[in-house]
Design a protein around this ligand. Structure first.
Ligand code: GUN
Length: 320
């Protein structure tokens, strides 16, 4: 009787330990982006000393007045100022015509003191706008968002050194590198095929030698696809869409989502969540990015990296 009670307690204890799984290691975008920004600050300081006060120049062109864009832009301008990048915000009214937007792009293209130009998306205009036409008007040499077809084409062919990498996928790769897990030979799954996240993420993983599956709204049996991923990158734009139960044990999970969901416990009445259900994915992943504090800050850091790189290329071409 006594011994069976002890046995049963021991069994329960060992089951508990057996069932209890340690949580995933959190990959901090806040920490990694701070390291990138500190390095860039030193590089800019060096350029300033070597080239008599030279500073990389960045222009953020905005059409309209979206609250989310205003917030993203102010974060970019603050990061630039801290690094020593001379960043300017050019805002056109909602009533601007496409021709006026194009004219602004061309005038920044022609300004030699600007090394990086981004057109904040989406365009918030009362007029019809061809976003593709506008992003393609940005000179490839200044396209630090990597959204022009020249830079996207180079990336799709694996010419990684010759192009600007789009900032969010580039930040995701940096976070994956932080885990020490090499993507070469692994099965990577990307959810979403947007021009700004999913499609370039696919290319970057591919040319870093992963076998890549890209899923989208028409992909059948998404849970099965997710279950095959050693590395999972989610840029679907749907709050907590990926459930933890789908995730392969030990996978690297990178969440690019920024979604606002109602939360009565918050003063604002809402909170930010990713595209991955964090609490459940944390139980199965080996590594996971939080939202906020994961991919978001890396996107900003990579924009700064591209701008500094563009300024360095400019100096190499013009001042050596
Ligand atoms: N809107 C949301 N994210 C981005 C970004 O990374 N670049 C641009 N240009 N627009 C955005």
């Amino acid at each position: 009787m006594w011994s069976s009670a002890v046995l049963s307690l021991r069994l329960r204890a060992s089951c508990y330990q057996g069932n209890r799984r340690s949580l995933a290691t959190v990959i901090s975008g806040n920490k990694t982006s701070r390291l990138v920004r500190e390095r860039l600050q030193q590089e800019v300081e060096k350029m300033r000393t070597l080239f008599s006060g030279f500073r990389p120049g960045l222009v953020v062109l905005q059409v309209g007045d979206r609250d989310d864009s205003n917030l993203y832009i102010s974060t970019k301008l603050k990061a630039a100022a801290e690094i020593g990048i001379d960043a300017k915000h050019v805002r056109l009214p909602k009533t601007a015509t496409q021709a006026e937007v194009l004219q602004s792009v061309l005038s920044v293209n022609a300004n030699p003191s600007v090394h990086g130009l981004i057109v904040q998306l989406p365009l918030d205009s009362v007029n019809a706008m061809d976003t593709e036409l506008i992003t393609n008007a940005v000179s490839p040499e200044k396209d630090v968002d990597g959204l022009s077809c020249v830079n996207a084409g180079r990336l799709s062919r694996g010419e990684l050194g010759g192009c600007f990498l789009p900032c969010t996928p580039s930040g995701c790769m940096e976070l994956i590198r932080q885990t020490g897990v090499s993507v070469a030979g692994k099965h990577a799954v990307v959810i979403g095929r947007s021009k700004i996240v999913g499609a370039p993420m696919h290319d970057l993983l591919l040319w870093n030698h992963a076998t890549v599956t890209t899923c989208h709204s028409k992909t059948p049996d998404l849970p099965a696809q997710v279950g095959r991923a050693d590395v999972l990158v989610v840029g679907a734009g749907r709050a907590e869409m990926v459930r933890g139960e789908w995730v392969k044990e030990g996978a690297v999970v990178i969440d690019c989502g920024i979604n606002h969901v109602p939360d009565e416990t918050k003063a604002s009445g809402k909170r930010v969540v990713g595209d991955v259900h964090y609490a459940s994915a944390n139980q199965r992943a080996g590594f996971i990015t939080p939202v906020p504090g994961g991919v978001g800050p890396m996107t900003v850091a990579m924009l700064m990296e591209n701008t500094v790189q563009s300024a360095q290329r400019f100096l190499l071409k013009n001042r050596s």
